[in-house]
Design a protein around this ligand. Structure first.
Ligand SMILES: *Cc1c(COP(=O)(O)O)cnc(C)c1O
Length: 386
């Protein structure tokens, strides 16, 4: 007899207990790490379980996948050694010359992959104005477009795209919709429930949350030939998430809800504080009522807007670089979604060929004290302005 309550458990409970992990043999409540690269066959020369070799998968990685699949309300999840290897597996699984529709402003690594595939003739890529569903629809070709890519909120401007409306556009053209909602993990946005076919997250970011793992997660409700092809890509290229990293990810996800809630509270305070600051031209944060995507973001995140925001500094590019240099608490580093706050001058980091405001600073707000973070930015702005 189970002594658990009958109602479904909340995501916070399931994450905290790593889906109620318990080793029946020893009583351990923390899973072991399975580091083996190969698996011995049994006396009949058969496989003992489904595992043969590390590149297929392993037990620790599958535990992390089960937690994410449950959290995404997906049927399956696949974990990769980085967000980029997950995105690349999707791209590689498309047939040669396939037409895809992608945003013109998005995470620079993925954009670069599409630009290269387009230049090499590997894919036929159309770029739509980020967040503009009419423009997205105009670029879709009925029966030809295979994939529509949405990043929301998108890097580094944090424009918001309506996932449900985008899925209608994609499906009308007979295409799949993939969403990259790395900035708002599933505890805020469950993209599959808004109609996305594939939900991608860089698990390097909020899901792990401690800046000590790179990982990428793909989740789906409907499996099939395309999903199988993605699995083959992962196996053939050896980009499955390593078991040590999977273990760290499992540990990190136990506190996802707490970390994300705190980051959201901090970001809202910081965004509000600097919105009317004389040295700040603009604060880009979907949690601000003045943000054009605020209403859609509220619907898609349940008010959990996350810790990502950008500020455009008055005084131009050098002033922005100076603010990043002069911060003493914010680490001047790329990445996002960790417990520690980061600041980066996006133009320096993304390089040439990306449409980014030269005075834009991207902030990943962590779980520190918000007043400490505000004071750090204040002193850096004062120094850069003087
Ligand atoms: C970081 C990131 C990626 C790439 O993931 P990695 O884990 O760094 O390879 C893709 N999309 C977004 C929105 C990201 O923030």
């Amino acid at each position: 007899m189970s002594d658990r309550p009958n109602r479904p458990l909340s995501p916070a409970t399931k994450l905290a207990q790593a889906l109620r992990f318990l080793d029946e043999e020893t009583g351990a409540i923390v899973p072991p790490i399975q580091p083996t690269a190969t698996y011995a066959r049994d006396g009949d020369y058969g496989l003992r379980q489904s595992y043969m070799y590390r590149r297929d998968s392993n037990q620790t990685t599958e535990q992390a996948e089960a937690i994410i699949a449950d959290h995404e309300e997906a049927t399956e999840c696949m974990l990769f050694a980085s967000g980029m290897s997950a995105c690349t597996a999707v791209i590689d699984a498309l047939e040669a010359g396939a037409h895809v529709v992608v945003p013109d402003v998005m995470y620079h690594g993925v954009l670069q992959q599409f630009q290269r595939c387009n230049a090499m003739g590997r894919l036929d890529v159309s770029f739509y104005r980020t967040g503009d569903l009419g423009d997205m629809a105009r670029h879709c070709r009925h029966g030809q477009t295979r994939l529509v890519w949405v990043e929301t909120p998108n890097n580094p401007d944090w424009d918001v795209t309506d996932i449900a409306a985008a899925s209608e556009v994609a499906h009308k053209a007979g295409a799949r919709l993939l969403t990259d909602c790395t900035g708002t993990p599933p505890c805020a946005t469950r993209a599959l429930s808004f109609g996305a076919d594939i939900s991608f997250h860089s698990a390097t970011k909020y899901l792990n949350g401690h800046s000590d793992v790179t990982a990428g997660a793909l989740s789906v409700r409907e499996t099939g030939a395309f999903w199988d092809e993605i699995f083959e890509r992962r196996k053939l290229t050896g980009t499955v998430l390593h078991s040590f990293d999977a273990w760290l990810l499992i540990r990190g996800m136990r506190t996802l809800m707490l970390r994300y809630e705190r980051a959201t509270q901090n970001a809202l305070r910081i965004a509000t504080h600097f919105e009317s600051h004389p040295q700040v031209e603009a604060v880009l944060y979907p949690g601000l009522p003045s943000h054009p995507g605020h209403e859609v973001a509220t619907r898609q995140t349940g008010g959990m807007y996350g810790g990502m925001l950008s500020i455009v500094v008055r005084g131009g590019e050098q002033a922005a670089i100076d603010v990043a240099r002069f911060c003493g608490l914010f680490y001047p580093a790329t990445s996002l979604g960790g417990v520690e706050s980061l600041i980066e001058h996006r133009k320096t980091v993304s390089g040439e060929g990306f449409n980014v405001h030269p005075a834009l600073l991207r902030l990943s707000i962590g779980i520190e004290d918000a007043d400490d973070l505000i004071a750090d930015l204040e002193q850096a702005l004062t120094r850069a302005g003087g």
